[in-house]
Design a protein around this ligand. Sequence first.
Ligand SMILES: Nc1ncnc2c1ncn2[C@@H]1O[C@H](COP(=O)(O)OP(=O)(O)OP(=O)(O)O)[C@@H](O)[C@H]1O
Length: 251
Amino acid sequence: MKLTVEGLSVRYCTTQAIDALDVAAHPGEVLAVIGPNGSGKSSLVKAVAGLVKHDGVIRFDGSPVRPERIGYMPQDIGARAALTLLEAVLLGRLGRLGLRVRPDDLAAVEAVLGELALKPLASRYLGELSGGQRQLVFLAQALASEPSLLLLDEPISALDIRHQLEVMEIVLRMTRARSLTTLVILHDLNIAARFADAVMVMRQGRLVCCGKPEGVIDAAMVASVFGVEASLSIDPQGRLIVTPLRALAAA
Ligand SMILES: Nc1ncnc2c1ncn2[C@@H]1O[C@H](COP(=O)(O)OP(=O)(O)OP(=O)(O)O)[C@@H](O)[C@H]1O
């Protein structure tokens, strides 16, 4: 199901976080959202998830986005709640849970815990997990809801390089297998180039460009959007490699 965002604006008091943004995301594809700190990436995802006030039109399959269709993983994954890992992931199915947890809820959660290798930690309290393990729990929570629209805000920022690759492989595989429409905010341009079908670049609340990674990620964009001189090359497998060289002096 296609996600369309038209004329999206988000304003917090005096800050215009997003200004007249148009973008579309397609089923079975991963759209990576990249841009400097404060460029409006989280605000975009929160607006799509219905978590911030906004102007503009957001449609999923031609209709307003229904909350039960969304799997949302926030950037801030504080873990003050006295929940076990299993309970936290079950909460991902809150929209479906009745008065009691049904076998299909447990089966869906078990499948996700297996996929993310979290089963051995299922009875641990969130406060007893490492930062990276907690990040996996919140990814599991988003996936457990069996969403059609997956919104991931920096899902790999706390993960070691092996888990970064594993998680992105899972996200890509589920996106393809379940025909999910997936938006994922990333800071690592190499991960975006490798795993995204399309990349959208934001700066100061506006869309700079959007398209296939190889058409969007180039030295000029990295310099103008991120203020970084970078060298770009293609590895023997044909993958784009971005090597940041130095921060450029502010214009
Ligand atoms: N709740 C809020 N109240 C006021 N201003 C906010 C709020 N949330 C975000 N902002 C501001 O809106 C702008 C966009 O923030 P947003 O979190 O969307 O950026 P981002 O691209 O996700 O940044 P980062 O990469 O640092 O996570 C920033 O200037 C930020 O300070």
